[in-house]
Ligand binder design. Structure first.
Ligand code: ZN
Length: 445
């Protein structure tokens, strides 16, 4: 009996509470964006007005027409008054995404950023390209400056919130997607070693560091081992015409009466001159390729005529004979060379004679091997002391046939051509020094 009463009382309380609660609810609208109720509003017109006002304000700010990104549905409902949105403006700002047509940068078809002004974006792209034409010899002719990627500025519909200010767009455009990596040269380092340590080839390192002199790096120098990865790659094609020296050749007249080390100059050699036009392709400021477009001899060189003894001949084989190696061509001459595009000067202390790996390398003349071993960028190096302050150096060897302290005579096979140390291909780097100073090897071989 008592139990029934309790149940009855509870039922009555629940019923009255529900009634009171229902009385407190009011007619309202659910605001549904993308199928989700984001708020509830009392007045349909107030909502419309607030939304129109907000759109007008944004449209004025960006000076362009805007519209809602998503469909907004308003649906009748009942809601307790305290649930109603209090600040319609704030709700709209937080929940309604607006879109507009904005100038956008497309890279290979993908939109990368949007701004308010197409002119600003175009100007930024020009500035971006111009960075890579600085430092080029003013005498050189810039043939083209292009982006490697397909770059387009076109209007696309984007969210207003994603539009960048000029400064933000500049940061996004100029920012590297991956930073450049530099290392400091340590004692005992040479480029070939640095390349190996960073899984790069020597040619990669040379390309990354167009201004350094491979044969003269010293501890403390900074070497770029990985280039930064930018959003856009700039390809610059440049041509330049420069005057270059044509080293004179030497004609040997044999004289059986003379010893091989005796020589007499019958006619002095005179270097010639040629006008060479190079075409260089740079990618992000790094040299990608260099080719000779045309070559015109301005002044023919005068061949030096040398009388040489044959009582111990230096002649070996049928290819061109450079006295110390049987090579195919001189790949790099002695002395200063000016880079045709960057205008930088590098000193080459010897001559490079391209030759197949394994070809014999012969002592220039008699002397004592003062060094036979590894030496940084020289790779496997032999130094022969000829006395009187004169020495010859043979670098990048693949094999040693002599050792330090050994006496050699003119023409002794001392080693084999290779590409050890800083060499991009097999060649003999040959140097002549007097009192430590590099001499022009052509005056000796
Ligand atoms: Zn060399």
């Amino acid at each position: 009996m008592r139990k029934k009463l309790v149940v009855g009382v509870i039922a009555l309380i629940v019923a009255s509470a529900s009634f009171l609660y229902y009385q407190k609810e009011t007619l309202a609208y659910n605001v549904i964006i993308n199928g989700e109720v984001v708020t509830q509003v009392k007045d349909l017109r107030a909502w419309e007005q607030a939304l129109t006002g907000y759109k007008a304000e944004v449209a004025e700010q960006i000076n362009g027409a805007v519209r809602e990104r998503d469909e907004i549905v308003l649906e009748k409902t009942r809601v307790r008054p305290e649930m109603l949105a209090k600040d319609l403006g704030q709700v709209i700002q937080e929940e309604v995404a607006l879109t507009t047509d904005a100038p956008s940068l497309f890279v290979d078809g993908d939109r990368r950023l949007s701004v308010l002004s197409a002119e600003d974006l175009e100007a930024m792209l020009e500035e971006y390209k111009e960075r890579y034409t600085r430092g080029i010899d003013p005498a050189a002719r810039i043939q083209s400056v292009k982006f490697r990627q397909q770059v387009e500025v076109k209007t696309s519909r984007v969210e207003v919130d994603s539009i960048l200010t000029g400064e933000q767009a500049r940061d996004a455009l100029f920012k590297l997607e991956e930073e450049e990596l530099q290392v400091q040269v340590q004692p005992g380092d040479y480029l070939g070693k640095i390349a190996r340590d960073h899984n790069a080839t020597l040619q990669d390192i040379l390309d990354l560091n167009p201004l350094i002199d491979a044969e003269r790096i010293k501890p403390g120098d900074m070497i770029v081992v990985r280039r930064g990865k930018p959003l856009l790659d700039v390809v610059v094609t440049v041509t330049n015409t420069v005057l270059e020296q044509i080293p004179y050749e030497t004609e040997y007249r044999k004289d059986a009466g003379l010893m091989s080390r005796d020589r007499q100059v019958l006619r002095q050699g005179v270097n010639g001159e040629r006008k060479v036009t190079y075409r260089v392709t740079l990618v992000n400021g790094y040299q990608q390729s260099m080719e000779t477009v045309s070559e015109e001899v301005v002044k023919e060189p005068v061949t030096r005529v040398l009388q040489v003894g044959t009582r111990k001949t230096l002649s070996r084989g049928v290819n061109r004979n450079y006295g110390v190696v049987q090579g195919t061509r001189v790949s790099s001459g002695f002395g200063w060379r000016t880079h045709p595009i960057f205008g930088t000067r590098k000193f080459h202390a010897g001559i490079d004679i391209a030759a197949p790996t394994g070809n014999g390398v012969y002592a220039y003349t008699s002397g004592v091997v003062s060094f036979a071993g590894q030496s940084g960028g020289y790779g496997n190096l032999i130094i022969i002391d000829h006395g009187g302050g004169m020495e010859t150096r043979y670098a990048h060897l693949s094999k040693f046939y002599v050792s330090t302290g050994q006496k050699v005579s003119a023409g002794t096979k001392i080693g084999a051509v290779g590409s050890t140390g800083d060499a991009t291909g097999p060649h003999l780097h040959f140097e002549v020094r007097k009192g430590g100073e590099p001499q022009n090897p052509w005056d000796y071989i």
